[in-house]
Design a binder for this molecule. Structure first.
Ligand SMILES: CC(=O)N[C@H]1[C@@H](OP(=O)(O)OP(=O)(O)OC[C@H]2O[C@@H](n3ccc(=O)[nH]c3=O)[C@H](O)[C@@H]2O)O[C@H](CO)[C@@H](O)[C@@H]1O[C@H](C)C(=O)N[C@@H](C)C(=O)N[C@H](CCC(=O)O)C(=O)O
Ligand SMILES: Nc1ncnc2c1ncn2[C@@H]1O[C@H](COP(=O)(O)OP(=O)(O)OP(=O)(O)O)[C@@H](O)[C@H]1O
Ligand SMILES: N[C@H](CCC[C@H](N)C(=O)O)C(=O)O
Ligand SMILES: [Mg+2]
Length: 492
């Protein structure tokens, strides 16, 4: 495509070289430059893409998009200067790929917790309603049955556009995607045309990246600020910041609620390890998902589906048959009835929600002995450190035994992370807390400590199939390790 067409409606500051140059490929990574590429120099958190312009030219880039022109520009390469290359990348990607998001109904989900759950349920719901669909999520990307591994919760703008084109070619009519706060700040969603946006909730996370809670709120709100007038903006009316999200949006304002007024009203009628019974818009329905937080997710999905024009009865019928996404309250039961729960709770709020849900149900046992809750939990390295003591404190508050362990230490020392978690353990709970650095050993110890009908929560990794230590991803799956530990229990 001609560079001038690629830059259609893109605000430019300066150019050097021919605008007729042909561009055959876009990339923000010099290591991926091939002859004919447009290399987009983006300032990152570790390094600055501008430092790789020479490398990109060496590898045959035909044009460079950047925020600062070098003193001398070679004649055979065109330079384009813009104010914000990350944002421009999204606009250029939209031009290059022919605005696929305008030809499909794209719905984004943002919030601290529940994005994967809501996006995945919407994807499965619309498929069961007969549509071809796409999904961009933390667990995986999907085009109907074809799974494409995900590296991020929200891919970069070029990858997203590429995937949307593939989805269109496959005949997809609807795409559901998670919109992380990182993605909003890094402009990964620039150039996308959304048919709707959904807000789940906002609590403590990612303060390592956003620095303050206010910045974090602003990042989430930024998604709604960008929605077009024709879109819907569906918020959680029961969340303190639910209304804030919609303050400046042009989109149609809608809400869902279990507690107050909202476009979509729900009520929990029954809640147990078997599922949820809810009243939604005066219809009583059973769902296979567990816990109050999932009542919110279901209501958000229902509301979005109705806003997308689906019949409420059809939506509820299909929704009642859906299973939770992998690693979300996934149960692994031992032969002697120990209940293992693997859940992706990796924030204080998620951990508290899951443990409160478990606490409610652990009183239901009919064995005469009150089941104990054993929680195995860790916190990721090179991520928000402020949540570490909080998560340990919450684990102690709601469990009879707590095993603190590692969760993707990345480039940090596992024991240093664990010491920060230990700082949150109240003195009264020292006795019930053990620290075991190796996650497999920690899970095995939980199984050894458990008796029939006890509940073991293994929190933080959910669907993940690896443990990341010093840049290497080792195979590790909480569900498999738990199953193995249960199987070995009989043999000990
Ligand atoms: C903190 C963060 O978000 N980092 C993302 C960011 O990387 P960065 O800012 O560190 O980039 P950088 O390494 O400084 O490089 C700057 C630029 O130089 C380029 N470069 C670099 C080296 C080179 O040789 N040549 C070259 O051209 C890079 O391609 C890049 O364009 O931009 C990269 C390209 O898009 C992302 O892959 C990377 O995600 C990292 C891997 C990451 O772990 N991100 C996490 C925190 C994240 O985004 N998480 C959210 C979910 C959070 C949630 O749970 O809600 C997500 O959406 O996945
Ligand atoms: N609506 C909700 N409110 C609070 N907690 C929730 C909600 N939905 C799910 N959770 C909890 O949060 C965990 C993560 O859920 P989910 O993967 O859907 O969130 P996410 O927003 O996609 O997370 P990430 O930011 O890591 O992508 C779940 O395993 C569950 O413990
Ligand atoms: N999307 C989140 C996932 C955290 C999951 C947890 N297992 C960890 O590695 O910290 C992040 O990148 O911060
Ligand atoms: Mg997610």
């Amino acid at each position: 495509m001609q560079l001038s067409s690629l830059l259609y409606k893109v605000p430019l500051q300066a150019t050097a070289g021919s605008m007729d140059t042909d561009v055959t490929h876009l990339t923000m990574d010099s290591r991926r430059v091939a002859p004919g590429s447009l290399f987009i120099a983006v300032r990152g958190t570790v390094t600055d893409g501008h430092a790789y312009i020479d490398k990109a030219i060496e590898l045959g880039a035909s044009a460079i998009l950047c925020e600062a022109l070098p003193d001398q520009t070679p004649e055979h390469v065109t330079f384009v200067q813009v104010a914000d290359s990350a944002r421009t990348m999204g606009l250029v990607a939209a031009n290059f790929y022919g605005h696929p998001s305008k030809k499909i109904r794209l719905v984004g989900v943002t919030g601290t917790n529940g994005k994967t759950s809501v996006a995945t349920l919407l994807f499965r719901l619309f498929r069961s309603l007969g549509y071809r669909c796409g999904l961009l999520s933390t667990v995986q990307n999907q085009i109907d049955d074809t799974v494409i591994p995900a590296t991020h919760t929200t891919p970069d703008a070029i990858t997203t556009h590429e995937l949307l084109v593939r989805m269109l070619e496959h005949g997809c009519t609807h795409v559901f995607m998670e919109v992380s706060s990182h993605a909003v700040v890094q402009e990964r969603i620039a150039g996308l045309h959304f048919a709707g946006g959904i807000f789940t909730n906002i609590t403590h996370d990612h303060l390592d990246f956003h620095k303050t809670f206010d910045n974090y709120i602003k990042a989430k709100k930024g998604f709604f600020d960008q929605l077009p007038r024709a879109a819907f903006a569906l918020t959680n009316a029961d969340d303190k910041r639910g209304a804030v999200m919609l303050q400046n949006t042009l989109a149609r304002k809608e809400s869902y609620s279990l507690q107050t007024l909202g476009t979509f009203k729900g009520k929990i009628l029954a809640d147990g390890l078997f599922g949820l019974e809810m009243d939604i818009d005066n219809r009583q329905v059973w769902f296979k998902l567990i816990g109050r937080f999932n009542a919110y997710n279901l209501l958000a999905v229902y509301g979005a589906a109705v806003l997308l024009g689906e019949d409420p009865d059809d939506v509820l019928t299909q929704l009642s048959g859906l299973m939770p996404p992998p690693g979300r309250f996934e149960q692994v039961i031992s032969d002697d009835r120990i209940v293992g729960i693997v859940d992706y709770a990796h924030t204080p709020d998620a951990l508290q929600n899951v443990l409160e849900t478990i606490a409610e149900f652990s009183q239901e046992s009919e064995t005469g002995r009150l089941p104990q809750v054993i929680t195995v939990v860790g916190c990721g390295g090179n991520r928000d450190a402020a949540k570490r003591p909080l998560m340990a404190e919450i684990a102690c508050k709601f469990s009879q035994r707590v095993i603190l362990t590692s969760d993707n230490p990345r480039h940090e020392e596992p024991m240093a992370i664990l010491e920060q978690m230990q700082a949150g353990v109240p003195p009264i709970d020292f006795k019930k807390t053990i620290t075991i650095e190796d996650r497999r050993e920690a899970i095995e110890r939980a199984v050894a400590l458990a008796q029939p009908h006890d509940i073991i929560l293994v929190a933080g990794k959910g669907h993940e199939t690896y443990q990341e230590i010093k840049g290497v991803k080792y195979d590790f799956d909480d569900r498999l390790v738990l199953r193995e530990a249960f199987a070995n229990r009989g043999k000990a």
